[in-house]
Ligand binder design. Sequence first.
Ligand code: ZN
Length: 208
Amino acid sequence: MNDSCCQSQIDAGALEERQRRVLVVVLVINAVTFLMMITAATFSGSSSLLSGALDNFGDALTYALSLAVIGATCAAKARVALFKGLLIFGAALAVAVQIGWRISNVETPVFETMGIAALLNLGANLLCLRLLYPYRNSDVNMTSVWECSRNDVMEGFAVIAATLAVWVFGSGWPDILVAIALLALFLRSASRVLKGAWRELYPELLPS
Ligand SMILES: [Zn+2]
């Protein structure tokens, strides 16, 4: 999986009307998928669904805030990025706590609920990829959204693999391991966004 991070700000002000509309549609798909994944994670007891939901949350928030700060000053944009970084970091910590709890009480998630949610999630990710496909080379912002969407499809397959392994082995461990991997990827990009925003706002407080 490459390093391109879903959470870096998009300069939505530079987008054409048509591109902005696609961004809004992708934002709505991510928000709906987030709610679906949280619900399914609760009912199935799956941590990988929860880790996956985190990414949908981060993406929806990124696109919403990118659209919200069109025309704002650089300082205002950096403050919004910092706020977003803290918000998704908090959400990631909550998921980490849930995973920690799962490790101390390993139970097998409900395979059927997990499978349906994993398929819906992959379907939503593929739909976003399809919507963004015509814009993949149009400019740096849309290319970054496209790359993020491609990563999401990979993550969608990882959750499918977790579901299959849960079913084959009748164990909760594959679910926990995939959840940890997805969370680690997410935390890495979240910390980079946070650091970038912090550096922009308080350059004197951060060496290098
Ligand atoms: Zn993403």
